[in-house]
Design a protein around this ligand. Structure first.
Ligand code: PLP
Length: 386
């Protein structure tokens, strides 16, 4: 937390605005709009809920297809399933670890061959770990088929591509303020768009689709997805420290780069570099690739367990959705085409999952924390490389 969050919460109590509406909700929405350069933002109680609303607004339903990045958290894809639609998973490319435009094209071609082009209702790329996806290429493909893009920018608040904030490219964009994100309202999200009419409809749906009438009347099934004024107050305070948090996360990443370059071992890599001045990444999490072939046999699991010995938590990267038991029937496309063999381990994101490890990445790592982390890493690396 920064310095002003508690004052906002106190103000909500003092003014008795303890409801899923109020002045902090409005201020938070305006802060999201101006920071991201979008016309309209709707504060919600989760990022998953924001994606759910986006799917409803695009009329995604049974018989429809939504093309989703496989390398992500389940919150990206679950709303597609809630709507009764068919998800189709798309592999990542190496530069950004995000949706591979070639694999996307393969999936579209395949559905077109089956006469199902018009059933593709949305494309859902993710800016994973804060790294902007290749939006130019993805937008070109989406535009040529007139398929709307919904950007999952849950992890990339503060990241930009060619000077434009992530989440502001697609028909709609989604942010998350869950406890693990770069800034947080403990739980929360937002749906943004330059189309005010879409956000107006999202507002209606998010408040149980209540019609204008003195009594409670409904012509549609809605949702209870609005954000509390108390939590929006936390969000107002957090928006003021967002750039500072981005700076802290980027400093973490730079420090890890320096640490591992001192070791000069090939088996430890940070593949996701900023491609050019076109890309600015918030470095939400610092993720390392550990390749046992080039580092004396140390796997990412060896490293994770080794760090855990000293109570230092590291985590594997997101397990791709196409490898999840719950989604084993969902089709999956790589740049080579549709994967037939079931588990789809031979894919870019399957390989990243096998080798990748998220290192401690908090905005508030102290010099004592760093000393513990680097001492333990030194110990584990020297053991493996000797
Ligand atoms: C956190 C996250 C979400 C979901 O956000 P919630 O606010 O937790 O519902 C969606 N997609 C990605 C990639 C995320 O990291």
């Amino acid at each position: 937390m920064g310095e002003s969050e508690q004052a906002y919460v106190q103000n909500a109590f003092d003014t008795n605005w303890i409801a899923p509406l109020g002045p902090h909700v409005q201020e938070f929405e305006e802060a999201i709009e101006s920071y991201n350069g979008v016309k309209s933002a709707l504060a919600l109680n989760s990022g998953t809920g924001a994606i759910h609303l986006a799917m409803d607004l695009l009329d995604v339903g049974p018989g429809d297809h939504v093309l989703v990045q496989s390398f992500t958290f389940c919150g990206t894809v679950n709303p597609v399933i809630y709507r009764g639609a068919q998800a189709v998973f798309i592999d990542s490319e190496r530069d950004t670890w995000n949706m591979d435009p070639e694999a996307l094209q393969r999936a579209i071609d395949d559905l077109e061959d089956q006469g199902k082009l018009s059933s593709i209702k949305a494309i859902l790329p993710v800016h994973l770990y804060g790294m902007p996806a290749k939006m130019d290429e993805l937008m070109t493909i989406a535009k040529s088929y007139n398929i709307p893009i919904v950007e999952d920018a849950a992890e990339s608040l503060g990241s930009s591509y060619k000077g434009k904030m992530t989440g502001s490219f697609g028909r709609m964009g989604v942010y998350s303020f869950n406890g693990n994100k770069i800034i947080t309202t403990s739980g929360g999200g937002a749906l943004v768009s330059d189309d005010q009419e879409l956000i107006d409809r999202a507002f209606h749906l998010s408040t149980q689709a209540r019609d204008e009438a003195p009594h409670y009347q409904h012509s549609k099934v809605g949702y209870n997805y609005r954000l509390s004024n108390v939590l929006a107050g936390i969000g107002c305070g957090q928006m003021k420290v967002l750039d500072e948090r981005v700076g802290q996360r980027r400093a973490n990443f730079d420090r890890y780069i320096r640490f591992f370059s001192d070791w000069k071992a090939k088996g430890f890599r940070f593949d996701v570099q900023e491609q050019s001045e076109d890309t600015f990444c918030n470095r939400w999490l610092s993720a390392l690739l550990v390749d046992p072939k080039d580092n004396g046999g140390l796997t990412r699991e060896n490293l994770r367990i080794g760090m855990a010995e000293d109570n230092i938590e590291c985590r594997p990267l997101w397990k791709p959705m196409h490898m999840q038991p719950v989604f084993r029937e969902v089709p999956f496309y790589t740049a080579e085409g549709k994967v037939q063999d079931g588990n789809g381990k031979a894919s870019v994101c399957g390989d990243l999952f096998e080798k990748g490890l998220c290192l401690p990445s908090g905005s508030n790592l102290s010099s004592e924390d760093w000393q513990r982390i680097e001492t333990k890493l030194d110990e584990l690396l020297s053991k493996a490389l000797d």
